[in-house]
Design a protein around this ligand. Sequence first.
Ligand code: GLP
Length: 261
Amino acid sequence: MEVVILDSGEQLAALAADAVERLLADKPDAVLGLATGSSPLSLYNELVRRHQAGRVSFSRARAFMLDEYVGLAPDHPQRYRNVIEREIAARVDFGPGAVAGPDGNAVDLAAACRAYDQAIRDAGGVDLQILGVGADGHIAFNEPGSSLASRTRIKTLTRQTVADNARFFDGDQSAVPRHVVTQGLATIMEARHLVLTALGRPKAEAVHQMVEGAVSALWPASILQFHPHATVLLDRDAASRLQLASYYEHVYSGKPAWQGL
Ligand code: GLP
């Protein structure tokens, strides 16, 4: 696991954007994994800027979203499919149908989840998966207690995640769906490169557990320790509880620039 600690979210976003730009230059038909939440927003804005500057094209790329609420109306602004459309998909040049998300309104949710995992496999798997982490250590919507071998499936949100996400629903916790469909931890682990961004002090404990704690379903993000190519991008507040922070900074400061993430 590579841990990069920098001063600002913009610096971290530029690094992540470099990785996406380099991937699409080498492999224009790459498969990206897209996350919702506030953590990747600066990255999406940076990718839009680079797209407008003619540096990066998504025209042959495909993308799979991580997760979705169950039961939100198709036109609900907080439906993750609509969020991803607003934040990135509609602002760059993805082809029609190139961005897919799990179906939170399927009549048979279990079958739709299985089909989603299969669609990712059929596309050749995800090359670069963008991730955030919840304050309780969830990635996508894999809440504490999630099987480390889980596939795309339905989950129930913790009270903490409902409270955290109420900010997107005018602060109204009762408007936040209780159920979600999410790529499983094993599904996410099959992506070839994981790039997780965490910002701010509320993430510090989850980041410490993810990077330095025991691998445990109690902190689902800790499964990243088993991934051969996981990059964790942190601002100083999110890194504030790391035991080995100065070592990670020492390693990164000596890294050759050509190496990339
Ligand atoms: C949400 C999403 C996750 C996201 C996390 C953190 O519930 N399902 O994919 O990483 O919570 O969100 P944020 O980046 O807004 O802190």
